[in-house]
Design a protein. Sequence first.
Length: 290
Amino acid sequence: MALVITLLVLALLTAMVVEFSYGVYTGTNNLYNWRDAQRLSLMAKSGVNVSTRFLAGVLNESTSKPTRNFVEMPVENPFEDFQGAITVRIEDENAKFNINTIVNEDKNTLNTEAYDSFLRLLTILSLDEKIADKVVDWIDKNTETRSGLADSEVEAKNAPLSSVDELLSIHGISQEDYNKLLPYVTVYGGGLININSAEKVVLRSLSKEINEEIAQGIVDYRNIKPFDYISDLQNVSGISLEVYGPISTRIDVQSKHFSIRSAASSGGVKRIIETVWNSKGNTIEYWKEY
């Protein structure tokens, strides 16, 4: 009996020691992970700060009109003892189509020009044109469905989209649809599209008269000499006054809104910050950290 009791006590003590050791181990690891995450968060924020300073410097140059809609770059480690990497991707949001503009927010009416552009964008991307009506029903404040779409008003927000991710909340828009649209749509800015940085898909959506060839001509022209004024667009072959006139109120040659994705990683741990910076007033309009 004494031997059995001794063995039981020993087993219990061993179990307690193992459990205590495991608790200390997991607690220490959680502490280290939290410390590393906080440090990586600071690193990612430094990437955002570097990006905004970089953009401010570029935009302050009166002759500088970038013709790329995104740039990726590494960021120098701010601390000597940081063994990791910081990468940044900057995207020009004004090079994209603002899907909120298809409904006139002040009058809650359909913006025909923007709506037609969105339809062209969907056609170019080989997507269902009914997506445009689904987005209209999501944004407008009435409860009437468009084109007989029975489910398009189901749980509709009846207000402008706060982020592009919100498209996934609209009934009938799949993940595949979203993935195709994502590079070309935004919810930031007043709706003016920067012809110096917009991709051909977005340029073609401006007018039914702008085909692949003319869109390529716009890209080729700006690569040689960026547009200083929107009227310079008429220098491109195929852009007549009849084409330029209707789109002149919807284009620009500069951008104000930029999305920044800053990622800091070290030892298998990563911290990412996604933000949208408005150069006018140096304000942050969106912030997501994970």
